[in-house]
Design a binder for this molecule. Sequence first.
Ligand code: F6P
Length: 524
Amino acid sequence: MMMKNVNPTETNAWKKLSNHYNTAKDLHIKSLFNNDTNRKNNFTINFNEFEFDYSKNRITNETLEYLLELANEAGLKSAMDAYFSGKKINETEKRAVLHTALRNQSDSEILVDGKNVMPEVKEALNKMEAFTNKVVSGDWKGFTNKSITDVVNIGIGGSDLGPDMVVESLKYYKNHLNVHFVSNIDGDHVQEVIKNLNPETTLFVIVSKTFTTQETLTNATTIKKWFLQSASEKDVAKHFVAVSTNLKTVSEFGIDQDNIFTMWDWVGGRFSLWSTVGLTISLAVGFKNFKDLLIGAFEMDEHFKNTPFENNAPIILSLIGIWYTNFFNCETEVILPYSQYLSKLAPYLQQAIMESNGKSVDRNGNKVDYQTGNIIWGSPGTNSQHAFMQLLHQGTKLIPADFIGFKESLYGNTDHHSKLMANFYAQTQALAEGKTKEEAHLDLKTQGKLNEMETLLPFKVFEGNKPSTTILIEKLSPKTLGSLIAFYEHKIFVQGIIWNIYSFDQFGVELGKELAHKNLQKNI
Ligand code: F6P
């Protein structure tokens, strides 16, 4: 059997965790540090240029022991084997889940229905590379024989969020091409993008796995009409390319056969940036950087596949997430990158995580009686400190936070960077330690506020004990970004296995689409 389909609440580990929670819930992170001077090292996983420090979480060795037992009882190991080897673990859609094959750097075969998919993957990458080089070098000419200056990615969901997030994150590595994204069916979006574009020098990349998505087809049609006001049908081949599994419909749309970049049904939309869906990324930063992104992801895949569970970053951090969701009843998780480049990471992870694990029926077809996927949100620090962090520090909700920071700034501005990182560490410390009544008392005294002591004191106390994980990375590069994204992808997988849900379908988004079609027919 590929996956065990076990109700997690019926495992022995869950019972142990429930009992353990009764005492663990009252432990304070500050006292956990006081009791173990080596806690940071004990609760840190080092991987390549990454340090995953999970010491500021409300966990002990006992918590981890039971969580690891839970992973074993859920059959995580055999599920991982099935995931990596191309078994159809997306059972409701009868598909393999093989975004890992797209970045496989080894010589090993990966079989789907008995056929090795690696030659096709390599062929698609070669085609991307050749096309990218032609456009970036200026050799690809538009209908008036001018080189391309602007690229517009037309797609939505996974065909937009991943490429958009990566292009933004790797802005430092960008070439001269101006890159734009059109996603919303709101006509003002497309209009705002095309209003300043020159059809003679713009390349449109239509990205749709299914090529049936209303938003993408509507935007592509509008853009094609706009283009044909200045050019003729035969010029479409020089300005429109498409990425899809649905080759027939793409051809019907008028895209030249040579301009179609194929993908496969074993790549989920929200996991597709590694495929030809990443064409816009490759155009924006060059194929070499795109390849490095794949290499970074592959290295994280290898870490996940080969590292014992207790030192395995995606596994440990997934389990800690389950601890908060199912025992502390946390409903949200916040993503706080201390890098403006990663401003689109949280929206990207919202789709990846919420579309995957926002499920309430288990793999046996039964309604679950426990919590599954969390609400994901966040934005970069330090801006978030001046926006919503108050609620994390002194509000009533417990919100586990991922702090993502880099040791080096890309432009080497050490003054800014040391201030940025001082804030990064200050936040995790403040959340964990808080401020006691005695400390607040002393502060007010020092500030000469003895008269206001009684009225102000309650508001100046911070309980602390707010969990966070610190992901510290040497430097933002295509490679480290690849590893970071892959880390979250594997977290999604592990949590889905333990919650006994199918993470790789998304039937929940269909009803709204059906009703929108009906409304359109009724002319609402
Ligand atoms: O509606 C949800 C969804 O199916 C996502 O899963 C997907 O990423 C997005 O729509 C876009 O789909 P496509 O690439 O087929 O246009």
